[in-house]
Write a protein of this length. Structure first.
Length: 257
């Protein structure tokens, strides 16, 4: 039997207009869309005739979710449908893309991956703090790492691998992340930016010194959050006066809804 195909599309981090033009075009061709919890419901208007299936954490239990999603992808594609797998941010960044590509390869099903704006980039845009810096106004930022603080055993793990590090999935453990980063060699007063719901109209961002990162917990509670530490978290030097962090030892909101 001839199989259909599966297109993985990065929906971007928030508002529907952050998806790519290619993503919009592929979505419009979908017969079936398997979507995640963090994608904007407004995207449905781009494929109104498709069958939309919620495979986010709220729709399926964590323990069996991945196998179920893999099976749904394979079975819909085998019915010669155009299947879209819509993922928040970029599919290749903490998106379980590996598991799904392997399942489709094993079933001999053709795939395409359309990239999206990952949360780290949306957070940098939100705060207008470039992730890479030439070092003209302080520490140079030549390297950026995207990390998750959570291991598969749900233990917290943090290191120091780049001039700028962006941590995903650490929103519930900001205090512990701060301690782990200091143990990994980051200075007590290293600049940190915390951004939740980046790319949405109600995005919130705050800036902190590393020693006071725990203070961000209340502000961002219950929201998808990324934490940027190092060169890319520093405020840009102002033409006059000191950078904003100097006056904000306990954390300061950069923008509120
Ligand atoms: N593939 C996604 C990441 C999925 S993992 C991407 O490329 O962005 C889920 C984690 O992503 C969340 O725990 C949070 O750390 C981060 N995240 C997703 N959307 C976000 C947003 N709009 N603002 C801030 N962090 C976000």
């Amino acid at each position: 039997m001839r199989a259909g195909r599966v297109v993985f599309i990065g929906a971007g981090p928030g508002a529907a207009d952050l998806i790519t033009v290619r993503g919009v075009r592929r979505l419009a061709q979908a017969d079936v869309v398997l979507f995640d919890a963090l994608t904007d419901p407004a995207l449905r208007e781009l494929a109104p005739g498709a069958l939309w299936i919620d495979v986010g954490k709220r729709g399926f239990c964590e323990a069996t979710g991945q196998d179920t999603i893999n099976a749904l992808l394979v079975s819909h594609a085998r019915q010669q449908r155009h299947v879209v797998r819509l993922k928040g941010g970029d599919p290749s960044v903490f998106g379980r893309l590996e598991e799904e590509l392997l399942a489709l390869a094993a079933a001999g099903i053709e795939c395409e991956v359309v990239p999206g704006v990952t949360a780290a980039l949306a957070a940098a845009a939100e705060t207008r703090r470039p992730l890479t810096r030439r070092g003209t106004a302080g520490a140079a930022g030549r390297s950026v790492s995207l990390s998750t603080a959570m291991t598969r055993q749900a233990r917290l793990h943090a290191g120091r691998h780049a001039d700028t590090e962006v941590f995903y999935m650490a929103g519930r453990q900001l205090g512990a992340l701060g301690r782990a980063l200091r143990q990994a060699g980051w200075a007590d007063d290293a600049p940190v930016c915390v951004v939740s719901r980046a790319g949405w109209p109600d995005a919130v961002s705050s800036e902190h010194r590393l020693r006071a990162l725990a203070a961000a917990a209340v502000l961002h509670a219950g929201r998808p959050t990324v934490v940027t530490v190092g060169a890319g978290a520093a405020a840009l030097a102002q033409p006059s006066g000191p950078p904003g962090l100097e006056s904000a030892p306990a954390g300061r909101a950069l923008a509120a809804p």
